[in-house]
Structures are given as structure tokens and as C-alpha cells.
Design a protein around this ligand. Structure first.
Ligand code: 5GP
Length: 114
């Protein structure tokens, strides 16, 4: 199986501005940010989307959520608020078939998102 774009970034084969990494996941700045702070948090395991995660991924998903909170704190977003988003599938606008969470902040975020 060919590596996904985000596996290549996680493995250091494609450069990215990495803000956090550990044995289970990597976080890096989005190449096309839509907010002053826009970081992508991806598991090293190439799960295509949230819909493809299974019961065996429960601990990993929990780790990702706690890590999103840690990164938001690291970016100075905890006090003002931030958003964590996983676009899942075509209708939601997912363009990279490797599970990822957008961490967005640094401005007021509208709701509904559109
Ligand atoms: P999606 O649309 O799948 O929810 O999010 C994919 C995100 O990946 C987009 O926000 C897009 O800007 C970002 N992206 C696509 N290619 C690259 C890349 O090569 N490097 C980085 N850092 N981000 C990328």
C-alpha cells in the first residue's frame, strides 16, 4: 500500500512545520491555514477516516483528544477557546484519506460552520 500524504509527513519524507509528536501521533501546521492557528493532528496509524476507526482504536482516539487539548494549551488557545474538527467523508469536505483533526483558533469561529 502506498503511504498517505500524512504518513509521509509523519515519517519525515515530506517537510512540515511540526508542533508536536509522540509514538502515536504527529501534529503540524496546515499548509493552507483558515485561522491564525491551524494545526493538523494525525495518528501515525493510517486510518482513512473517523468512520473507519474501530473498537481497537479506542485508546488511540482518546489519546488524540487529550493531545489536541495539550496542543491547544501549547498554542495559547485554552483560555480563549478553540475548535477541534474531523471532516469525515466527501460531503464534509475531507480531502486527505488519513484521519486527522483540525485544531483551529486565534479568531472567533462562526457556527454553524457552513
Ligand atoms: P481535510 O480537507 O481533509 O479535512 O483537510 C486536509 C488539510 O490538509 C487541508 O486543510 C489542507 O490545507 C491540508 N494539507 C494538504 N496538503 C498538505 C501538505 O502537504 N502539508 C500540510 N502541512 N497540510 C496539507
Amino acid at each position: 500500500m502506498e503511504k498517505t500524504l500524512f504518513e509521509k509527513i509523519a515519517d519525515g519524507e515530506i517537510p512540515a512545520d511540526i508542533v508536536y509528536q509522540d509514538p502515536q501521533c504527529v501534529a503540524f501546521r496546515d499548509i493552507s491555514p483558515v485561522a491564525p492557528q491551524h494545526v493538523l493532528l494525525v495518528p501515525r496509524k493510517p486510518i482513512p477516516s473517523l468512520s473507519d476507526a474501530g473498537a481497537e482504536d479506542a485508546a488511540l482516539l482518546g489519546h488524540l483528544m487529550l493531545t489536541a487539548s495539550l496542543i491547544a494549551e501549547q498554542l495559547g488557545l485554552s483560555g480563549q477557546g478553540y475548535r477541534v474538527v474531523a471532516n469525515t467523508g466527501v460531503a464534509a469536505g475531507q480531502t486527505v484519506p488519513h484521519l486527522h483533526f483540525h485544531i483551529l483558533g486565534g479568531r472567533t469561529l462562526e457556527w454553524p460552520p457552513g
